[in-house]
Design a protein around this ligand. Structure first.
Ligand SMILES: C[S@@+](CC[C@H](N)C(=O)[O-])C[C@H]1O[C@@H](n2cnc3c(N)ncnc32)[C@H](O)[C@@H]1O
Ligand code: SF4
Length: 295
């Protein structure tokens, strides 16, 4: 039997076949102005007691279903203390020994309250991939979206992940700066990625399915959303300025109009050309229709 979840539950596309272990409900920060993922009343933040998690993990083990990967939900499981994460990893190792990889969403500041030695210990226990929502490398935008992070704190966290031997998967939001800040968003995001050299990089298109009012208010009222050709132009600028040695790049999340996949730097030219082609001719670019998009 699989655990009961407090819905909705979000996970990265690459965790589609993983066991989702809801070690907290909601997000401890829950203030980013673009993010409505954990704002429903039932998603009020609460860590799940370890005794409850032990019961769920034992249930999964008894079901006989074997998972190679586990994703620790919800929004920022790394906000849990080192002690609690250690206890959760001990249970996973004890009852689900087939597990090859455990991963989690992660706000930069939730890493920086743990030492490299502690992160290294969690890595040894199997917690090996951090999905970090950097969203942008631009400090002005980071302030406007209430992320509570900066270029420097994001870079520091990505370096800590590397130092601990873990892998990082970064999310950048295409269109986050609107028309006014599009270029500085692309340039500073490229700079952050070039300094950090993450293992994976994903871009998502910022989308407001529940209305734009909250976002617009914090932004200062002058956010003008990018239309698809402008989103592609921003993507082109980002790709052109990325100087990555070996980062797996994916722009295949359901929010994207244009699906892009490759390894950067190897595939940089091909990806730039694909985006350029989409700018020139949307009709032949095999774009997702509006109804096919989601979060
Ligand atoms: C469930 S959140 C968890 C991320 C984690 N709490 C962090 O901040 O690093 C995963 C990602 O979804 C994306 N996301 C959230 N709201 C979005 C929106 N309105 N449009 C597009 N992407 C969004 C952001 O990139 C965010 O980092
Ligand atoms: S983006 Fe991450 S930190 Fe920000 S509110 Fe959403 S889940 Fe929480």
């Amino acid at each position: 039997m699989l655990p009961d979840y407090i819905q909705p539950v979000f996970r990265p596309p690459s965790e589609a076949r993983s066991l989702i272990l809801q070690v907290t409900n909601g997000c401890s920060w829950n203030q980013c102005s673009f993010c409505d993922m954990y704002t429903d009343a039932q998603k009020k933040f609460r860590p799940k007691p370890v005794t409850e998690l032990e019961r769920e993990i034992k249930q999964v083990a008894a079901s006989g279903i074997s998972f190679q990967r586990i994703f620790l939900a919800d929004g920022d499981a790394m906000c849990l203390s080192y002690r609690r994460l250690h206890a959760i990893m001990t249970l996973i190792n004890r009852y689900l020994p087939d597990t090859r990889r455990v991963s989690s969403y992660c706000l930069p500041r939730n890493l920086l309250n743990k030492t490299i030695a502690q992160l290294g210990e969690l890595k040894k226990m199997g917690l090996s991939l951090m999905y970090v929502g950097c969203e942008t490398g631009d400090d002005l935008l980071l302030e406007k979206i209430r992320k509570g992070e900066t270029f420097a704190s994001s870079l520091c966290a990505l370096n800590a992940i590397k130092e601990a031997g873990m892998k990082s998967s970064v999310m950048i939001l295409n269109g986050l700066g609107g028309t006014r800040y599009s270029e500085q968003h692309a340039l500073n995001s490229a700079l952050l990625m070039n300094r950090a050299q993450p293992d994976y990089l994903a871009t998502l298109v910022v989308s407001f399915y529940r209305g734009i009012d909250r976002f617009q208010q914090d932004f200062g009222g002058d956010f003008v959303a990018l239309k698809p050709p402008q989103l592609f132009a921003e993507m082109k600028c980002l790709l052109q300025h990325l100087e990555l040695d070996k980062t797996i790049f994916r722009s295949d999340h359901a929010s994207n109009y244009l699906v892009l996949k490759g390894v950067l730097g190897r595939d940089k030219e091909r990806l730039v050309k694909q985006v350029q082609d989409a700018i020139h001719s949307q009709s032949s670019a095999n774009l997702r229709e509006e109804w096919q998009r989601g979060l």
